[in-house]
Design a protein around this ligand. Structure first.
Ligand SMILES: Cc1ncc(COP(=O)(O)O)c(C=O)c1O
Length: 378
């Protein structure tokens, strides 16, 4: 198993950070890369545009490698919401059709679908939450819905962001395809935590940011656009996603998914941070990261059950995120634990624990001990 990587981070012994799903820390190596890039901003004449182009392509290539795509299929975007807005511009949504999404979904993969539905006279069907935690059956039943309106889009995440409940995309993706729907995946809580392969799911679009499980910078996200969707209209036109045509005008698009690249894509600091974070992650490997996190969440689950918390059922538990409903107020518990230097999040009444490679057994024991003490005091 991948050993603890804590020595690569500046996390004091007394801090237990179990909140990678909110924002991951940058490792020493990533910050060093960012520091070097920062220095070059004082001497712009030393960094040519070609070098920034090369760096952008390096980042694109590494993001592609992470999800087993080709670099041509990846756009560099600011955020997941940016990516979803691009996808929403491209998918065919006609009057009277349905867009499926999960209940309690993150706004970045929810609000744009409501806007699109309103614009086109379509409607958003909001699924769940299922009583037994089985999102997969809920989604499959809705996709099949024999009496339902035609299906235009299935907009999903493989792991629910609030509590880490897992959806089986191996079943859902082919079902969506059979019904002729576009499949748009928010892989925020998958990329970097769990092996991810676009060849397996064949989504039309798939988006992920760098600042959470990839332990990279803010304002750098990735959009996979399948070859069939590489002719769409980007949200903005800029010098990065366009190119000069034979007449010298900026009328042509850049190749492949690059046509969706953001403006100011060549930010040297962000590119350097993202590149180092992706390189570091690819060295660890998603499977090894996932295995380590599954080990830590399993240790934690035993403690939480003993404390009387209601956990996401084991059969749908993601390896890296663990949602637990406490008998007392979740928000108060999170605030109490933060005072004891144990950091996690509350989402929709659930305690959300999200360890990463810098966590170890001592962190789990400490979190459990502090929770026990906090519950006794409550
Ligand atoms: C499920 C999910 N999607 C997306 C995001 C981030 O969205 P954006 O990059 O648009 O800020 C988050 C952040 O918490 C999230 O949990």
């Amino acid at each position: 198993m991948l050993p603890s990587q804590r020595s690569q981070f500046d996390i004091p012994d007394e801090v237990t950070f179990l909140d990678a799903a909110a924002r991951g820390p940058l490792s020493r190596r990533v910050r060093a890369a960012g520091g070097e890039a920062m220095a070059t901003r004082g001497t712009p004449w030393k960094v040519g545009r070609e070098q920034l182009e090369e760096r952008a392509e390096e980042v694109r290539g590494r993001a592609a490698e992470l999800i087993d795509a080709s670099a041509n299929d990846i756009a560099l975007v600011t955020s997941v919401s940016h990516a979803i807005a691009i996808a929403a511009r491209s998918v065919a949504v006609r009057r009277g059709t349905r867009i499926l999404r999960l209940a309690g979904e993150h706004p970045s993969n929810a609000l744009e679908w409501s806007r699109l539905a309103q614009e086109r006279g379509a409607f958003v069907e909001i699924l769940g939450p299922p009583r037994d935690g089985d999102w997969t059956s809920t989604v499959l039943e809705a996709i099949a819905g024999p009496a339902a309106a035609p299906l235009a889009v299935v907009a999903l995440t493989p792991v629910h962001w609030s509590d880490g409940a897992r959806l089986d995309l191996d079943l859902i993706a082919p079902a969506a395809r059979r019904h002729g729907a576009a499949l748009v995946i928010d892989a925020t809580h998958t990329a970097g935590a769990v092996p991810l392969n676009v060849r397996q799911w064949q989504p039309d679009f798939l988006a992920f940011p760098s600042f959470k499980w990839l332990l990279g910078p803010y304002s750098m996200g990735f959009l996979y656009a399948s070859p069939a969707y590489q002719g769409g209209e980007p949200l903005e036109r800029n010098a990065y996603n366009s190119r000069v045509d034979d007449c010298g005008d900026w009328t042509a698009f850049a190749a492949g998914a690059r046509r969706y690249d953001m403006g100011e894509r060549g930010t040297p600091i962000t590119l350097a941070l993202a590149n180092a974070a992706l390189e570091q992650h690819l060295e660890w490997g998603s499977a090894a990261v996932s295995e380590r996190l599954a080990y830590l969440t399993a240790l934690l689950a035993r403690h939480l059950e003993a404390l009387g918390m209601l956990l996401v059922p084991e059969r749908v538990r993601a390896p890296h995120m663990l949602g637990a409903r406490p008998p007392t107020d979740a928000r108060k518990l999170v605030a109490r634990l933060a005072r004891d230097q144990v950091f996690l999040s509350e989402r929709q009444g659930v305690l959300r624990f999200s360890p990463h490679v810098y966590n170890d057994e001592a962190d789990i024991e400490r979190a459990a001990a502090m929770l026990r003490a906090a519950q006794v005091r409550a």
